[in-house]
Design a protein around this ligand. Structure first.
Ligand SMILES: [Zn+2]
Length: 449
């Protein structure tokens, strides 16, 4: 990045590097040569395997739900600065037929309002990060309680019900499940058996203190007693995006019209991943998606990655794939675990199967027209523990998903999906109170305490 902004010629950088004795290393020489190489690649050295996608006879999905979120950390001016984080997430639904009537480059505000009326909900909360404390307890306790209350308060507890639905696998009519196991926030003992079916709270068997179902998610593992890092806010955003999207899935799954859930495309901005301790919900999500598919009611979910290793890799190889001209058929590439390890991450870490613990979607590239390509995540249901997997047929409803996407493409941002753009508008920073007002709020708190 410094290279393009600095605007220096490669020769200049190389001549500076030439003074360093390290340039004698063959490895360094080769690196410098690679950096200087002016001619673009002529072939895809990673051999991405593309297939033609033919949408003929495939019915696009009728409805779309999209979720997105954002967070911002704000510091007060006094020393040491007080710091809080605001998190906001939004979920909205659009009718694809009504959406198609809208000019996606210059949407008419009234038409847009019509599409969105009554169809968007948002959720927001605030966390103490540093040098600020409530009267009720330390920040460790504050974050635990804010998480519990925030998830339960909005939409009459619908998001919390979804947490319980996933944690206790409540789609299963014939059996009851306990929650995933978790670490006690008080004594750090492992509560391996989890909480009993449908419980909101329980007692730690080791220390006897009260634990909440929301402790199972694991925010306390990111914190110490007095301060929380930004990562609590980013993790909360991810968890809430997932819970809000699955609230839409859950409501449609239980709808009297049994076909409705399978006629819907659910879109999450970003990868279908829950990292580190937050991955405890991944097995439940996988089991549900597998169950839905086996019940003949497949759930079509995608994540879209707009940055990161896969986006960069696709950006470097997309020009070699069809379509090279308009009106040629689209192409799709389903990435096997082996390909991801070898060509994208370039780390043959064979000890752990790729993405098994944290991912609930597999990686797919889709090139729709010469200038439009997307990195998608598409679930398979249960994890396929095989380096040559997944293949096209393993991905839930891939053809119907791909047949739906062309009508959702935004013309404002390259490769963006219009419903995600709309959700982003609701969840973005611009709809927060301005930073200066928040800062004044923090400073006022200081004077009154
Ligand atoms: Zn305990």
């Amino acid at each position: 990045m410094a290279y393009s902004s600095g605007g220096r010629l490669p020769g200049e950088s190389a001549s500076k590097l030439g003074h360093l004795s390290v340039i004698k290393s063959d490895w360094v020489k080769s690196l410098v040569a690679e950096f200087e190489q002016a001619s673009p690649q002529e072939i895809d050295h990673t051999n991405t395997i593309w297939e033609k996608f033919n949408p003929e006879g495939v019915t696009p999905l009728r409805n779309v739900w999209a979720v997105d979120g954002s967070y911002v950390a704000i510091q007060s001016e006094q020393k040491p600065p007080r710091e809080v984080a605001f998190v906001k997430t939004a979920l909205l639904t659009v009718d694809r037929a009504r959406l198609e009537a809208i000019d996606k480059e210059h949407p008419h505000p009234l038409l847009l309002q019509d599409v969105l009326t009554g169809s968007a909900i948002f959720h927001a909360t605030v966390f103490p990060l540093k040098n600020i404390q409530t009267q009720l307890g330390n920040n460790y306790e504050a974050v635990r309680n804010i998480v519990k209350d925030s998830i339960r308060i909005d939409e009459n507890g619908a998001f919390y019900e979804t947490l319980k639905w996933l944690a206790y696998r409540k789609w299963q009519r014939d059996q009851v499940s306990t929650s995933p196991g978790f670490e006690c926030p008080h004594c750090h003992a492992n509560i391996g058996q989890g909480l009993p079916h449908d419980a909101d709270e329980g007692q730690c068997p080791a220390c006897g203190k009260l634990v909440f179902l929301t402790d199972m998610i694991g925010f306390h593992l990111d914190m110490d007693e007095e301060s929380a890092p930004d990562s609590v806010a980013s993790a909360y955003m991810l968890v809430m995006e997932t819970l809000m999207l699955f609230t839409a899935v859950r409501v449609l799954w239980n709808h009297s019209d049994k076909s409705l859930v399978s006629e819907t495309l659910f879109i999450k901005d970003g990868p279908l991943t829950l990292r580190s301790q937050y991955s405890k919900l991944v097995p439940s999500i996988r089991v549900f998606l597998e169950y839905a598919r086996n019940s003949g009611r497949p759930v079509h979910i995608i994540g879209q990655e707009k940055s990161g290793a896969f986006f960069d890799h696709l950006a470097s190889v997309a020009r070699f794939a069809a379509p090279l001209e308009r009106d040629q058929p689209a192409s799709v590439a389903v990435l096997s675990h082996d390909f991801v390890r070898r060509e994208v991450h370039r780390s043959p870490d064979l000890a752990n199967p790729y993405g098994k613990r944290t991912n609930w979607g597999e990686k797919v590239y889709f090139k729709m027209d010469p200038g439009t390509y997307l990195v998608l995540n598409v679930p398979t249901g249960e994890y396929l523990d095989d380096v040559s997997k997944p293949t096209k047929d393993d991905l839930i409803g891939l053809s119907r998903v791909l047949a739906t996407l062309p009508s959702l493409i935004s013309h404002k941002f390259e490769g963006a999906l219009f419903p995600v753009e709309l959700a982003n508008g609701i969840a973005s920073m611009s709809s927060y109170p301005s930073a200066s007002i928040l800062q004044r709020f923090l400073n006022d708190q200081n004077h009154s305490s």
